[in-house]
Structure formats: structure tokens, C-alpha cells
Design a protein around this ligand. Sequence first.
Ligand code: NAI
Length: 331
Amino acid sequence: MKHRITLFKGDGIGPEITNELKRVFKALNLDIEYDEFLIGEDAYQKYGVLIPNDAIESIKKNKVALKAPVTTPIGKGFKSVNVTLRNIFDLYVNFRPAKSMPGTLSKYDNIDIITFRENTEDLYIGDEYEIEDGYIAKKKITRTNSERIIRYAFEYALKNNRKKVTCIHKANILKKSDGLFLDTFNAIKSEYPTIESDDKIIDNMCMQLVMDPKKFDCLVAPNLYGDIVTDLIAGLIGGLGMAPAANIGKDIAIFEAVHGSAPDIKNMAIANPTAFFLSSALMLDYIGEKESANKLKNAIEETLKEGLYLTRDLGGNAKTYEYTDRVISKL
Ligand code: NAI
């Protein structure tokens, strides 16, 4: 079947891993056409806007986008284009599955945790204002947005035979905002009696994830805690190079890895493209190319298991393109 997707090659390691992905898609004989756009700093330099209008129209039309990471200046400069895109299209679910794979440096095996991170509010509204001796940052938690992400997590668990959903919060301190998230969770969980449920305060959650990650299955969290625990969980399965993600809304989805633009390893050909490949496999599933998605996942797993061509973050010395070549040879 023919597909047309919107593609952002991003910056930092983004263009490198996007090139590798295009080679993989070609080897899979997929009939995919790309509408490619610059975003972020590169777009700003060229067009004077961070997200060109054509890119927004293209996502509206194609309904599916694949996005390599984009740099956001720290402590100054423009608002994250990642957050902006999620808001424009109301992509309220940040779906982050993390599964142990062979061949990584992880001390754990058999981790299989899916995090459902609320993707549109919390501190990410970026509403900060000055006070006499500093700043206050506003945190927004609404009933409607809490309800839809929590319900999504339970529905997913039900349909995909998952056993348990854990709610992450800090309602001991943030009694109103996180209190609302937790109350919403407690109200909804009774509608799903076949699924086990519990809740954990974010600090305790981090400790328990490191001590015994196998006791967790699905997690649902407001935006910031979801962001933090998914980097932590990425560390448990071998690092950020291994963690895929999807931003999902009512009828539009944008697929991207958990990791950022990794400017420290830009243009060194040592980036691990696995997380981006796995995010693309999620996209292939989403657009109905299940066979290709499975082929890709299996080829990645075989390459990792064999352990001959691993990138530096996994303890090997293969270049990004050598690892990709090996994956392609196993498709
Ligand atoms: P990062 O995720 O880019 O990198 C953290 C560490 O992990 C670095 O040492 C990096 O080399 C390593 N790493 C990340 N991805 C890797 C890969 N595929 N293979 C091998 N090593 C990898 O996080 P950082 O440095 O905090 O952020 C850099 C920039 O990325 C910032 O501007 C940030 O805002 C942006 N960012 C963008 C995201 C997106 O576009 N979705 C998500 C997260 C951060």
C-alpha cells in the first residue's frame, strides 16, 4: 500500500539517523513518500519561523509524521518545537514502550514497561513569571486531560493483555493538582476490575524502578514525571539509544525516539539509530504495515543478539552505518 508521511530529519544526530532509516525503509521495499521539512533552529535560519506552515499543513493532510530529534536551547531562546507540535495537534498520549533487548550493557533482562505520559499540560505549559527574588512556574493539571490519558492507559492494558497500571504522582505535596490526577485515576480504575492497579509517589517510584523493574507493567503519569521516569527506564534497558516513542492524538500521530539531538556525538557516526528505528516500527504498525514492522524489530533483535556490530553506547565500536548495514542484511 502507498503511504505519504511527513518527515523531519531534525538536527544534531537527527540527519544521520534519518538517512539510516531511509536505507532501512528502502530495503523493506516500502512504498512510502516523504514530505520533508526543516523545523527548529534550521527552519528559523532559513524561513524565520520555527515550524513552517507548510509542515503543519502537511501533518494535517498526511496524519502521520516521523520526527528525528530537534534541539531546544537551554535556559534561554525559543520554546520547544516538540512541545509546540504536541499542542498544535493535541497529541495527548506520549506512548513510551521499553523492552529489554539482547546485546546491551544493561544489568537487567525481561523488562517490559509501557509508560503513558500526559503530553499537553503540567509544567510544560511553560508559564513562568517573575517575583521579587526569582520566578514562579505554573503547573496545569486538568480533569479532562488527566481522564483521557488514564483511560487510554487502561484501555490499552485491556486490549493488549497487560496486567497492571501504576499511577505516578506527588499528591502528598501537590495535593490539588497531583491530587486531581490521583483521584481521577482512582475513579477510573474501578471501571477496569480485571486490571490490577496501584499508585506510587514519584521519588519512591524511581527507587523501586531501579531496585526491581520487573514488578512494573504499565505506568501512567503527568507530563514531567513521565518524562523523567522514561529516561530512567531507558537507562535500565541499555540507554537512550534503545527507547522508542510515539505522540498520539485523536487521528494524528508523530513518532520520535525518547532521546534528544545528542549534540555531543553529532557527525561522529557513532549514534545508535535503534530507538529511531523502533519508533519507526511503531509508525509502521500504526499505518498498517505490520509485517514490515515485525521484520524490522526481528532484524534489530538478531543484530543485537549476534553482538558483532554494536554501536559505542552498547559497548561495541561499529559506526552507525555499519550497524544499519547489519540490520538491513537481516531483514
Ligand atoms: P540527549 O537525549 O540528546 O542526550 C543525552 C545523552 O545520551 C548524551 O550523552 C547523548 O550522547 C546520549 N544519546 C542520546 N541519544 C543517543 C543515541 N541515539 N545514541 C547514542 N547516544 C545517545 O539529551 P540532552 O543532551 O539533554 O539534550 C540535547 C538536546 O535535545 C536539547 O536541546 C534537548 O532539548 C533536545 N531534546 C529533544 C528531544 C526531541 O526532539 N524529541 C527530546 C529530548 C531532548
